[in-house]
Design a protein around this ligand. Structure first.
Ligand SMILES: [Zn+2]
Length: 371
């Protein structure tokens, strides 16, 4: 995965050596400087890189037009083909790289350009939607099994179209979830109400697209930057990743996870609603996905408000054996757990399509809107 970086670094070293007679600095050239490029390229202009066959933000001309046209033909570029390598082209290159298992640096170096014309090149998936409940086992999304930006679950519905005000407040009107999961949520809330725990339920999050999660992360990055003068973007991002999942790693992408809390309560844990949820959600096909004693395995700090729909049979097994989803799926894969239907051999096939290499990620905090 890191090969393209090495190749680019090698090319750059060669390029720098070639240019050794005239120092490559900002003063020595009139070409525009890139800003947010990796340090290894800091001393080279886009034009100098382009001369080495490496296209990056700021590059222009026929090479860029050709690159853009190919990205467009493959469904990655939605903007226009204008021969200017800007933010839109960079984004398309990153999407292409992610889908094709390359380093996602947004730079069209040798490896990326070769892959664009390779026989096994993966085009963008277009409008394709995933039936997230089709498999016999629950789909896994975590820091090691990420979805890409094209991932969209089928059967998304507005939560408020199914769950009315007598059961819960839906904090954001646009919150959606996969219909079977929202129906299960409704049944669960009806049961809670019948048990005398019917007040103050609030649904604060459901499905999130890759872009939604990216926006949440960027908002956090910007908030850190505005509160801490002098912080670099990368420092702010590192800090933000301690409380917000990297896009692709959030279970909310499945449309099967919901953040449930008690309206007006500053902390959900310890409330009547939280206690009821912890005791009974399993009976309705939900799991408390991130628990204190499983933090090392799930990679996320405990979140008593985050529930994930997996179906009653799986949920009850995990509850009875005190397993988190990772442990449960591993057990099935290893053959130490047999679920009825005997689907033991296919555990590995139930992961989301095209998992990508996780980037540096840290833990989420107790901010319900971030998880
Ligand atoms: Zn959540």
């Amino acid at each position: 995965m890191k090969q393209s970086v090495k190749k680019i670094a090698a090319l750059l070293t060669a390029a720098v050596l070639l240019c050794a007679a005239t120092p490559v600095t900002a003063e020595s050239t009139n070409a525009p400087q890139t800003t947010a490029e990796p340090e290894t390229k800091a001393t080279m202009t886009p034009a100098q890189l382009q001369a080495q066959g490496i296209l990056t933000v700021g590059a222009k001309g026929d090479d860029v037009t050709k690159l853009q046209q190919r990205l467009k033909d493959l469904g990655y570029l939605s903007g226009k083909v204008d021969g200017q390598y800007g933010g839109g082209t960079k984004r398309a290159v990153i999407a292409f790289q992610r889908r094709n298992g390359l380093d996602t640096d947004g730079v069209a170096g040798q490896e990326t350009q070769a892959k664009l014309y390779a026989e096994d090149v993966q085009a963008a998936p277009g409008e394709e939607k995933t039936d997230v409940l089709a498999g016999s086992l629950p789909m896994l999304v975590n820091k090691e099994h990420m979805v890409d930006e094209f991932f969209t679950p089928a059967d998304l519905v507005l939560v408020s179209s199914i769950i009315k005000k007598d059961l819960a407040t839906v904090k954001y009107k646009k919150t959606r979830g996969v219909s079977a999961a929202v129906e299960a949520l409704k049944t669960m809330l009806e049961a809670a109400k019948a048990d005398g725990v019917g007040k103050k339920w609030q649904i604060s999050a459901g499905y999130r697209s890759w872009d939604d999660q990216n926006n949440i992360l960027n908002a956090k990055v910007n908030s850190y930057k505005s509160k801490n003068k002098g912080w670099s973007s990368s420092k702010a991002r590192r800090a933000a990743l301690k409380s917000v999942a990297e896009p692709g790693a959030s279970e909310h992408h499945l449309g099967l996870a919901f953040d449930v809390n008690r309206k007006g309560a500053s902390s959900f844990a310890g409330t009547k609603n939280s206690e009821w949820l912890n005791e009974h959600c399993w009976e309705y096909g939900f799991i408390i996905r991130y628990q204190k004693e499983k933090e090392e395995i799930t990679g996320f700090v405990a979140e008593p408000w985050h529930i994930r729909y997996v179906g009653v049979e799986h949920a009850m097994y995990m509850k009875e054996h005190n397993l988190c989803l990772e442990e449960y799926l591993k057990g099935i894969e290893d053959g130490t757990i047999t679920v009825s239907g005997g689907e033991t051999a296919e555990a590995g096939t139930e992961e989301p399509e095209a998992p990508v290499e996780p980037e540096d990620m840290d833990e989420e905090t107790e901010d319900p809107d971030a998880a």
